[in-house]
Write a protein that binds this ligand. Structure first.
Ligand code: C2O
Ligand code: CU
Ligand code: CU
Length: 493
């Protein structure tokens, strides 16, 4: 394997461009090779080491091609990754202590037309820290792309609730392709004040980034925008966790905390334990829930996160517990990963009844309500996706101007037959209504993504504060996003 990697890297340096070209199959409608599930061990991405400057952590990441072996029976393949890794290294920071992440753009030159894209300019990477409360210039807006060979320093104050965020490419019109190639990683904000809660820590606190991919026979990732994927987004037929196809994880008879990130372009998961044991959800996109909620099933749309506790203490050694995806209980995407209860119990943790304080946002009859319609548009080039009838434009007039500090209610209508995971940058919102039914916001927790169901609607509320300037909101089906379903909003003094 070492030999293979060395050879692969040599080939890569000669001509990165050829590799994708050669791997491009003739027919866009393929199926991956059948792969035996649970043969490979779960990989836990390395935690990136910072250089400290006072309390500020300085990190450097290089976006570049690399090699990944995602399953025992698949050859090593070329990916794009932060530091060449798929997925990228985990960044772990402490609440209230700033970090500066230098992102260097060394992604190879490539022919996007082979992926069904038209040739376009300005599709260089921009790195977005999803869910973060940051200045507009540090938010990875595609207008602020990083030129080839260049770099950008992103400043992250980390003054928000401790939670799991993820960083990913946000390039103009190419986010789906770049993320699919591997440009995504987890970013965890830890709060020392949470220590006393007694939740699982260290080796028992594990990020799980779930993605789906379609493989060419040679193991390369198959990405194609065509009439079909312009509608559905790009879906794989094989599930990976942390870059490994349906892995297994040896666990001890005790509690674990899993920080689950749906890093898929378009797939929605319904996560369930095969044993019937509930997943104890303790956190959402933006932080801890006020109290833990045992759930037999957790739905996770693209970019949503669920922080869950699983207690393996009740299983006898040798038990295998499968994490299933019941959105598709029958096909090959039905299995996500397997927990093998093997190791002796190693201490334990607790799940306290109270996790975090909660306060509903002050929403009254006077609160401004905006309405956004998520729709499709047919063009000679194929389906495009719109918000209030417009497709995204780098120089667009913002669809909303929000007064700094205001609490607003945003209603999203979805008259289409596709679910649209609505994501708003900068803020975490509360969920007020789904399909006309009033919600208890505390049960949903702090969210930055919520799906607008087909033919339905959602209403969320947020306080827009901290910075002024332009931010994005969009559908996090990455192909819908790339094909127009994104807009600027502006916070004004
Ligand atoms: Cu994770 Cu603008 O997105
Ligand atoms: Cu975001
Ligand atoms: Cu959408």
């Amino acid at each position: 394997m070492m030999r293979n990697s060395a050879l692969g890297l040599a080939a890569l340096m000669v001509s990165p461009r050829r590799l994708f070209a050669e791997h491009h199959p003739q027919s866009p409608s393929g199926t991956s090779p059948m792969l035996t599930p649970f043969v490979d061990a779960l990989k836990i991405p390395p935690v990136l080491t910072p250089v400290m400057r006072g309390k500020t952590r300085l990190y450097t990441l290089t976006m570049k091609a690399g090699l990944a072996k995602v399953h025992r029976d698949l050859p090593t393949t070329v990916v794009w990754g932060f530091n060449g890794l798929y997925p990228g290294p985990t960044i772990k920071v402490v609440k209230g202590e700033p970090a500066i992440v230098r992102q260097i753009n060394q992604v190879p030159d490539h022919n996007v037309m082979e992926t069904g894209h038209e040739e376009m300019d300005g599709m260089h990477p921009a790195v977005h820290l999803h869910g973060a409360h940051v200045h507009p210039l540090d938010d990875g807006h595609p207008r602020e792309a990083i030129a080839p060979g260049g770099f950008r320093d992103y400043h992250y104050p980390n003054r928000q609730l401790a939670t799991t965020l993820f960083y990913h490419d946000h390039s103009h019109g190419m986010t789906g392709l770049h993320v699919y190639r591997g440009l995504a990683g987890a970013y965890v904000i830890e709060d020392p004040a949470e220590q006393f809660l007694g939740l699982p820590q260290g080796d028992f606190d594990i990020p799980l980034m779930i993605q789906d991919r379609l493989f060419n026979p040679d193991g390369s990732f198959h990405y194609m925008l065509d009439a079909n994927t312009r509608e559905t987004g790009v879906l794989g037929d094989t599930i990976l966790v942390n870059g490994v196809v349906q892995p297994h994880l040896k666990v001890a008879r005790r509690k674990y905390r899993f920080r689950i990130v749906n890093g898929s372009n378009a797939r929605i998961y319904e996560l369930q334990l095969g044993s019937g044991q509930p997943l104890i959800q303790i956190g959402t996109d933006g932080g801890l829930l006020p109290k833990p909620y045992p759930k037999t099933m957790i739905e996770l749309v693209p970019s949503e996160r669920a922080d869950v506790i699983v207690d393996f203490a009740q299983y006898s050694p040798g038990t295998q517990v499968i994490l299933r995806n019941c959105a598709t209980c029958t096909d090959r995407t039905a299995y996500v990963m397997r927990f093998d209860v093997e190791l002796p119990g190693a201490g334990d943790a607790i799940v306290p009844d109270c996790l975090a304080p909660w306060e509903d946002l002050p929403v009254t009859d006077q609160t401004v309500t905006r309405q956004f319609t998520l729709n499709r548009m047919t063009t000679p080039g194929g389906t495009m996706w719109t918000i209030n009838g417009q497709t995204f434009d780098l120089n667009m007039t913002p669809l909303a101007q929000v007064k700094h500090g205001a609490v607003e209610r945003w209603r999203f209508l979805n008259p289409t037959n596709h679910p649209h995971p609505v994501h708003i940058h900068l803020i975490q919102f509360q969920v007020l209504e789904i399909n006309g039914v009033a919600q208890d916001p505390s049960q949903h927790g702090w969210k930055d993504t919520l799906v607008a169901p087909p033919g339905g609607s959602i209403v969320v509320a947020a306080r827009f504060e901290g910075y002024t300037g332009r931010y994005l909101f969009h559908c996090h089906n990455l192909e819908h996003e790339d094909l127009g379903m994104m807009a600027d909003y502006e916070i004004v003094p």
